[in-house]
Design a protein around this ligand. Structure first.
Ligand code: HEC
Length: 231
């Protein structure tokens, strides 16, 4: 039995992502079953990020359905004028302009969580700090010389690097814990975005486990029944 368990555990695919250089990453601890968190993540993303970044491999309709948002609400809140609910979530900034303004185009973020990993995104959004030598006045511990401004500064405040390397933010509207949650919500939304089937797969997973369990019980009882007469 013990061997069987070990074999089963070994089969569970590892969830580890490659971290890639820079400062050590903080744990995002997102929960894809928390639909309200994903809805807040979408809302935060649309209001703070979608002006520059697209999630162009996603359609508005699919996202609304997956996150349990009524289509009318989705239309009213998030669709740019003249856009249909079945369309892809593309953004308004032309690449060439963006490259001129920021020195780099804001990349599409549909798959960023798969490429970078959830902890990376979580840490990146915690990594902005004051640096007068940079064009936008900020640098990032996870992404040195980043071309993106600290767009959540109003919420977090402007972090200043202390002598021991920690960042202390002042002047934001949120407490540090509230800001952690905001970043967790956005990260969760991006993880969902990169792998929309994951939500369904996790739900299905429980059914499969349930089926296997019932099957195991039946098989066990059957075995007992068959061997009863042999002994
Ligand atoms: C004003 C435009 C702008 C806004 C708004 C913006 N970004 Fe960015 N973002 C950029 C640019 C430009 C880059 C590319 C930086 C570089 O390559 O130096 C970038 C890069 C990133 C990256 C790194 C992607 C990678 O793999 O290299 C992530 C993640 C990201 N942004 C997330 C966000 C999130 C989340 C928000 C909303 C909270 C947001 N951005 C809002 C301009 C923006």
């Amino acid at each position: 039995m013990k061997k069987l368990l070990i074999a089963l555990v070994a089969l569970v695919p590892t969830l580890a992502f490659a971290a890639g250089g820079g400062a050590p990453l903080e744990k995002a601890n997102i929960d894809l079953n928390d639909q309200e968190s994903l809805q807040r993540g979408l809302d935060l993303f649309q209001n703070n990020c979608a002006g520059c970044h697209s999630t162009q491999y996603q359609r508005y309709e699919r996202v609304a359905t997956d996150l349990g948002i009524p289509l009318d609400e989705m239309r009213a809140k998030y669709l740019p004028e003249g856009t249909k609910i079945g369309e892809l979530m593309e953004n308004a900034i032309p690449d060439a302009d963006a490259a001129k303004w920021f020195g780099a185009s804001p990349p599409d973020l549909t798959l960023v969580a798969r490429v970078r990993g959830e902890d990376w995104i979580y840490s990146y959004l915690h990594g902005f700090y004051e640096d007068e030598s940079r064009p936008f006045g900020v640098n990032n511990t996870i992404f040195p010389s980043v071309g993106m401004p600290h767009v959540l500064e109003g919420l977090q405040g402007l972090p200043v690097k202390q002598e021991d390397g920690t960042l202390v933010a002042t002047g934001g509207t949120l407490s540090p814990e509230e800001y952690d949650q905001v970043v967790r919500d956005i990260t969760g939304f991006l993880v969902y975005s990169g792998d929309p089937i994951k939500l369904e797969r996790e739900r299905l997973g429980w059914w499969v486990m349930g089926f296997l369990f019932i099957f195991f019980v039946v098989a066990y009882l059957l075995k007992k029944e068959y061997w009863k007469d042999v002994h």
